[in-house]
Design a protein around this ligand. Structure first.
Ligand code: ZN
Length: 129
């Protein structure tokens, strides 16, 4: 049990669920549901977005969010289908993953924070939200 005690000296990493992932990515893009729906093609998408952001609901097919915001359909699938210990590593604040290239707002690309490995450099700089 000794090693387990060490691991839990800091707060355990919360599980990011597929619906959390959609919300985090939408918020990181700075878009409301209505704005994202408009970007996807119209008001009909707002209902879809509310559905896929509903806790407990997992969908086989979701809209092509990756066409309008930094989003990985593969990550969504993994979060929906795999047990938490097999989930991909994501930024705990914005849901960024290392396979999704995304500008950091300072002329570079987002990577992992060197001071807090739970978050990305964009969140570290406080430019996300
Ligand atoms: Zn982040």
């Amino acid at each position: 049990m000794h090693h387990a005690d060490l691991r839990h000296a800091t707060a355990p990493t919360p599980v990011i669920q597929p619906w959390d992932y959609v919300v985090m990515r939408r918020n990181a893009a700075g878009l409301s549901i209505d704005h994202l729906a408009a970007a996807l093609g119209g008001k009909l998408f707002a209902r879809h977005l509310r559905a896929i952001e509903t806790p407990g609901l997992r969908f086989q097919q979701i809209a092509r969010l990756d066409q309008v915001i930094p989003f990985s359909a593969t990550v969504y699938r993994q979060l929906a289908d795999l047990p938490p210990h097999q989930h991909p590593r994501l930024c705990q604040r914005c849901g960024w993953d290392a396979h999704t290239d995304q500008p950091d707002g300072h002329g570079g690309l987002i990577t992992w924070s060197r001071t807090d490995d739970a978050i990305c450099t964009r969140c570290e700089q406080g430019t996300a939200q």
